[in-house]
Design a protein around this ligand. Structure first.
Ligand code: SF4
Length: 344
């Protein structure tokens, strides 16, 4: 799939065949199990692009975020940041590259040091990377607070003296103070009230337009991913099921899992709600420790056929090169229509 890059410019992030397995259980009882949190995904993010990674809890999306920021080491595959292979870099060799990739976590309260003031929190990355004099850093912190919509007077406050939305703005200011090429935002608005969510999403979009960073935006909320993303990848059980532009995904979802997710998503448009049949999936997402042959979705898919139980579908473009889907029933002639099935 093509991503926006300037000429021959390398993508900001290029992930190939990423695998992250964890072992669980006890060696003593020989009850060792392999949890396949991420099971072979490809992902590319171009300069200035926001890619949404969406899926249910347990789909592996946060593990992808941890791998690409090298908070954990992948089991297999390669991760290239600005063209440089960072897959197996040691902590020391990764340190200079830390200025290029930052994470914003779900809970700003636990991710901000309660003993530090806003000023200290936002200037910390500058100090760690030896950027600027003290006066320069003070001025940069003031600038970042302004960009994130925080009053400069808040610089002497501690996290517990701020609202949830203000804390997340501080986390954004800290993540962006070094002007990273890539920001990984892991459920950054999920812990906030709905009214605050919209303002934080708008701040992220404004900052992205101003500073031009690329973003991997991880969320379980379709409305959020629709609002913020240029492209969207839908994850299920450690694999990407569908990947395309935001417009195509919401206009013409191809994968049965995506169609089911969209049918359950709340909409502000009453006509759209009336026209849409809810597709109810049976059962829960299987354990990532279960060895499932065939399509990972076959245990819940309403249109599964025999082939789905034995043969894993590859994530490929069928007719439109900008739209990739992992489903045997999606062909150049079309995709299964679960809405029609639900109406029948
Ligand atoms: Fe459903 Fe089969 Fe397609 Fe998987 S490959 S989504 S089980 S139809």
């Amino acid at each position: 799939m093509s991503v926006p890059t300037d000429g021959d410019e390398v993508p900001v992030l290029e992930v190939r065949g990423l695998v992250k397995h964890y072992s669980s259980g006890s060696r003593l009882t020989r009850d060792r199990r392999v949890v396949r949190a991420v099971d072979g995904i490809d992902l590319t993010i171009g300069r200035g692009e926001i890619v949404g990674l969406v899926g249910e809890s347990g789909s592996g999306k946060s593990t992808v975020g941890k791998c690409v920021t090298r908070l954990t080491t992948p089991t297999a595959g390669t991760i290239r940041l600005l063209g440089r292979d960072i897959t197996h870099l040691s902590r020391a060799r990764m340190r200079p590259l830390r200025s290029q990739v930052h994470v914003v976590f779900q809970d700003p309260f636990s991710s901000l040091n309660p003993r530090m003031t806003v000023e200290q929190i936002v200037s910390e990355p500058l100090k760690q990377h030896g950027v600027g004099s003290r006066r320069d850093r003070e001025s940069t912190v003031g600038e970042m607070l302004e960009k994130t919509g925080l009053a400069r007077e808040l610089r002497s406050r501690y996290p517990h003296e701020l609202s949830g939305g203000q804390r997340q703005r501080v986390a954004l200011a800290r993540a962006l103070v070094l002007r990273p090429a890539l920001v990984v935002a892991d459920e950054p608005v999920s812990a906030l009230d709905v009214s605050v969510q919209a303002s934080i999403l708008n701040v992220i979009l404004d900052l992205q337009a101003d500073l031009g960073f690329s973003c991997l935006f991880i969320t379980h909320e379709l409305s959020v991913v629709e609002f913020i993303s240029d492209r969207i990848a839908v994850m299920y059980l450690g694999k990407i099921m569908e990947e395309t532009t935001r417009e195509r995904l919401f206009r013409e979802p191809q994968h049965p899992y995506t169609q089911a997710l969209l049918s359950a998503a709340p909409s502000a448009d009453p006509a759209a709600v009336r026209a849409q049949e809810r597709i109810i999936l049976s059962g829960d997402i299987p354990s990532p420790a279960a060895e499932l042959p065939g399509c990972p979705f076959h245990t819940r898919c309403p249109v599964a056929v025999e082939r789905c139980r034995t043969e894993r579908p590859a994530l490929t473009a069928k007719a439109d090169p900008e739209h990739r889907t992992a489903c045997h029933l999606v062909t150049a002639d079309g995709a299964p229509d679960l809405q029609a099935l639900a109406r029948a």
